[in-house]
Design a binder for this molecule. Structure first.
Ligand code: ME8
Length: 672
């Protein structure tokens, strides 16, 4: 029976551009939403951006632009990326939109009217990075979540009576075991709540970038109360319009909030408490996944160890990234991303297994059967036990795929689907349809028809199952099978034997071209160029200092006019000087990096540059180069890089060619 299904991603902070950590959550939600739609559910998939608070206010100030400019730009990047990635979101909420503001103020009012808000004063520690009050900390002590130094906040605030919800929350967690998943997170949350809850400050007077408290606009509402409310405001909460209220009544409560494990406390403690206080129903389930790691630590903008989704999709396409993340990472646990593993998975599972199954099955039908039509399978004498075995495996796969998927075990669900692919590929090899096709007698024709029908029907089933995970390529295979638009197919009654004989195949084309080694190099190079060309916040292994805790978007981009031009003042912010290389050597374990010591006139700078493939270290010593000297330092392979060498990027591979001068120029001269 179809029902409504409302699913959300976290709304992402707009202090930095999206990376594949964000893409991971969004892809998982997209895949879940697609399967629900295929099951006929009235599905609503929400994503968006979190645009208020001190972190954003600071990032904008650091970039010399207004918070609105920063949020417009980065929100546009998130949305643009999701569109490029074919993410099927139904709505994109920005917390700076009027509809959200209305709803947040209504939320505040309801909680206040129900007696859960009082005025007090907060004097204590605050972590700007996590936008978290750290009650037990003393001045200067680190944030327990991220390790960055906390800042002292002392101001008049409105407080939320969180302490009143201890028992209610514990009852919720025990009475509704699926409220927090997986169980490890649930246990952590229960332990946290059992250790006692203190009232929570929910307004700030020392920052301006937020939604004013109703009737007291000196205060802005605490960014997490603001942000969490998006799940309600996006579907009409707080709107005076009747149709919005009906929409809210229809879709709320959410069926699933998907989040990363680091924001469990906000979603599983604060959010249900806010909702209870406002007298609103609670979401049915909160699912926390693990982290995507890169180079052994959490991929994050502040560490600088990020990979951009664009890099992968430019080279291998959307489905390669989706398949890798859903198949390779055990959902709920941390998982590592690497270009090698990505390409290996792509080649083995997509190009080889599924790609081969599709191309040989469809090509043989097109070649051996008149009009390229799906042949009629025999139920008589030419039928063998092997044909029935495939039908049986397919039926079992439909069931096991559903049970793994419904339990968010995407990796195992896909594994199950791919064992069917493996079984059919083996069946084709063992039954040698190409050899059977050589014979003209009726028995052989019937045998050939049965083999190819069996392969095509199994292909249809795998394609339907895999569609939520890899929608673009399965849509193409579906069309090649002559079945039209896959998004219109209903999974509800998927079973063996539905493929109609006489179905005319579409144009048969390969779907997954094999990736060679150069794909890895290309992606690595693209990432390196992105990192070398744009400064990220300093990457540090330990706690980050507070002033960099809200790093700039990877592009500390100056404010551009609508036509993309920048002012001379913005250009003047970039300080480039002539430097002379004193020392140059390879960086151990990194084929592309050189460590340079560069004399910039006033000092010797260490710079790590991605030019090792184009320049031998010894050829650089004594050479004059152009260096951007006022970049924040960052770490590459554990080495601090203090500046960036300017180079042209040449050819398809973007090989670096160092900028230089025809005339002699003194070391330290500034470029203007
Ligand atoms: O926390 N691995 O926003 P945010 C896996 N605005 N997932 C990752 C990841 C990684 N390395 N990096 C990011 C916020 N994510 C708040 C949320 S909700 C009302 C407000 C994903 O930009 C993951 O879903 O820091 C994580 O929870 C989210 O991005 C954090 O995004």
């Amino acid at each position: 029976m179809s029902s409504k299904f409302y699913i959300t991603t976290p709304i992402y902070y707009v202090n930095a551009r999206p990376h594949i950590g964000h893409a991971y959550t969004t892809i998982a939600c997209d895949a879940i939403a697609r399967r629900h739609r295929m099951l006929g559910d009235d599905t609503l998939f929400l994503t968006g951006t979190d645009e208020h608070g001190q972190k954003i206010e600071r990032s904008a100030a650091d970039a010399g632009i207004t918070p609105q400019q920063l949020t417009d730009r980065i929100a546009g990047e998130f949305r643009g990326l999701w569109d490029r990635m074919n993410i099927s979101y139904d709505d994109f909420i920005r917390t700076t939109e009027p509809r959200h503001k209305l709803g947040v103020q209504e939320m505040f009012r309801r909680i206040r009217d129900n007696g859960y808000i009082y005025k007090g004063s907060y004097s204590g520690q605050y972590c700007v990075f996590d936008e978290l009050y750290v009650d037990a900390a003393t001045p200067g002590s680190p944030c327990p979540e991220c390790g960055r130094p906390t800042e002292t906040v002392s101001e008049e605030n409105y407080f939320f009576k969180l302490s009143a919800f201890e028992d209610k929350l514990l009852k919720l967690y025990t009475g509704q075991p699926n409220f927090i998943r997986p169980e490890t997170r649930r246990n952590e949350v229960m332990a946290f709540v059992r250790s006692g809850l203190r009232d929570l400050s929910i307004s700030r007077t020392s920052i301006k970038w937020g939604i004013p408290v109703p009737d007291d606009p000196r205060h802005v509402i605490y960014v997490w109360l603001d942000a969490l409310s998006n799940y309600c405001t996006a579907i009409g909460f707080g709107s005076p319009e009747e149709k919005d209220q009906q929409n809210f009544a229809h879709y709320w409560p959410a069926d699933l909030h998907m989040i990363g494990k680091e924001i469990v406390r906000f979603h599983c403690v604060y959010w249900p408490a806010f909702l209870m206080a406002a007298g609103l129903p609670l979401p049915k389930s909160i699912l926390a996944h693990g982290w995507l790691l890169f180079e052994e630590s959490k991929m994050s903008k502040s560490r600088g160890n990020i990979v951009r989704a664009e890099t992968v999709i430019d080279v291998l396409g959307n489905d390669a990234l989706r398949y890798f993340l859903l198949r390779e990472v055990v959902f709920g646990q941390d998982g590592s991303f690497s270009f090698d593993a990505l390409v290996q998975r792509y080649n083995s599972d997509l190009a080889n297994d599924l790609g081969n199954l599709a191309s040989r099955t469809l090509t043989m039908i097109a070649r051996y059967f008149r009009g390229g039509e799906v042949p009629y399978p025999s139920s008589g004498g030419s039928r063998t036990a092997a044909d029935d075995a495939i039908a049986r495996v397919a039926e079992e796969t439909i069931a096991s795929f559903a049970s793994f998927w419904d339990d968010f075990q995407f990796s195992r669900a896909l594994e199950a689907a791919w064992s069917l692919v493996g079984a059919v590929n083996k069946y084709i090899v063992e039954n040698e349809p190409w050899a059977v096709a050589e014979k003209e007698d009726e028995g052989s024709r019937s045998r050939l028809a049965t083999i190819l029908y069996t392969a095509a029907e199994a292909l249809r089933i795998v394609t339907a199952l895999a569609y939520p995970a890899i929608p673009e390529s399965t849509a193409r295979i579906w069309e090649q099978l002559g079945l039209g638009a896959i998004s219109e197919f209903r999974l509800t009654d998927l079973k063996w034997g539905q493929l109609q004989h006489g179905t005319k195949l579409g144009k048969v084309e390969p779907v997954f071209p094999r990736a060679d080694k150069s794909a890895i190099e290309r992606m690595q190079q693209m990432e390196q160029q992105r990192t070398l060309a744009v400064p990220t916040a300093p990457a540090q292994d330990g706690p980050l200092p507070a002033q960099t805790a809200s790093p700039m978007p990877t592009v500390a981009a100056p404010a551009a006019t609508p036509d993309g031009r920048i002012s001379i003042d913005d250009f003047a912010k970039v300080e480039m000087r002539v430097g002379q290389v004193k020392v140059a050597e390879k960086v151990k374990g990194a084929d592309k990096l050189l460590r340079l010591e560069v004399d910039v006139g006033t000092e010797i700078r260490q710079v790590v540059a991605g030019i090792a493939e184009a320049y031998a270290p010894e050829s650089l010593v004594g050479r004059k180069v152009v260096l951007v000297v006022n970049l924040q330092p960052r770490k590459l392979r554990g080495l601090e890089s203090n500046g960036m060498i300017v180079a042209a990027s040449v050819g398809d591979k973007g090989s670096p060619v160092l900028a230089g001068f025809l005339e002699d120029v003194p070391v330290g001269a500034r470029l203007k």
